[in-house]
Design a binder for this molecule. Structure first.
Ligand code: SF4
Length: 66
């Protein structure tokens, strides 16, 4: 699974609060980023939840091919 955060991110850092292990605000890009290229198994569910809760709809989840 990959997580992409688009330019739509409004920087409220909700995802950072929800899962700081995965999401981090990047001061240079002025948006949050994912710390992992491939999301570790234990963080997949919380990453999906962050995507659902993102008020800007800025978190895209790319699931692995089955
Ligand atoms: S919750 Fe969404 S809008 Fe807020 S910082 Fe994270 S990606 Fe950006």
């Amino acid at each position: 699974m990959k997580v992409i955060i688009t330019e739509a991110c409004m920087g409220d850092r909700n995802c950072n609060d929800l899962c700081p292990e995965v999401f981090e605000y990047n001061e240079d890009e002025l948006k949050s980023i994912a710390k992992f290229d491939e999301i570790p198994e234990q963080y997949k569910e919380i990453s999906r939840q962050a995507a659902l809760e993102c008020g800007a709809n800025a978190i895209e989840i790319i699931e692995d091919d089955k």
